[in-house]
Design a protein around this ligand. Structure first.
Ligand SMILES: [Zn+2]
Length: 219
């Protein structure tokens, strides 16, 4: 079973998440907005009464060392609400800046708020991405028919997470996503670590980059 996981928004709780992932030997992709990281950490918003802070620009390379990076647009707008030229800049500048910052290929895209239309999807493809992740869940496994409307298996807190893993088993591909700031208390961190350990114990588990589901899919 190939398993991918990805985490959005470049927040300070990713520091705890990556240490946990490293401890368990799990790969992950982090979906970042290159234009939203000031030099120092900055307050972003509140999630369930907990402050969410973005990582500082100067720590990004160190925090995500050894993990893969995907583009989440330059500044996280609703891309389908922008003039298409502005959307194109958000998409292509985000990718260019991440590639320069991390000195890594950035093949993946994640729509901010899951929002897109045909023109946005085309712009994402033209900017050189091989997949663009939505917030929809595939009926089973990973939906690869339209790489610019990629459907992962589920959110990491989906109540039917383990049933979805079972449904993914025949296709051999499972992909979950989320935000580390959704882990708002110790009980949630403990539960997530237990889930991670259970996934790592899957027979034949192979952690992968979501891009692996999409390379070579074109006819
Ligand atoms: Zn986001």
């Amino acid at each position: 079973m190939k398993i991918a996981q990805c985490w959005d928004d470049g927040v300070t709780t990713d520091v705890r998440l990556v240490s946990l992932l490293r401890r368990h030997g799990a790969c992950a992709t982090f979906n970042l907005n290159a234009g939203l990281h000031a030099r120092e950490r900055q307050f972003g918003w509140r999630h369930r009464d907990v402050e969410v802070w973005r990582l500082g620009r100067d720590e990004l390379r160190e925090v995500y060392d050894g993990f893969s990076i995907a583009n989440h647009s330059l500044t996280h707008p609703h891309l389908d609400g922008l003039p298409i030229d502005a959307a194109r800049r958000e998409i292509s500048d985000g990718r260019t800046q991440l590639q320069a910052l991390f000195d890594l290929p950035v093949p993946g895209f994640v729509y901010p708020f899951g929002a897109f239309d045909d023109a946005v999807a085309q712009a994402v493809r033209e900017a050189g991405h091989v997949y663009a992740r939505t917030t929809r869940s595939a009926a089973a496994g990973v939906e690869t028919r339209d790489p610019m409307a990629a459907e992962p298996s589920c959110h990491f807190l989906a109540p039917d997470f383990w049933q979805r893993l079972e449904r993914a088993r025949p296709g051999g591909a499972f992909w979950f996503w989320g935000h580390s700031y959704e882990l708002v208390d110790e009980a949630m961190w403990t539960a997530f670590e237990a889930s991670l350990a259970r996934l790592c114990a899957e027979p034949g588990v192979q952690w992968c980059n979501p891009a692996d589901f999409y390379y070579g899919e074109d006819p």
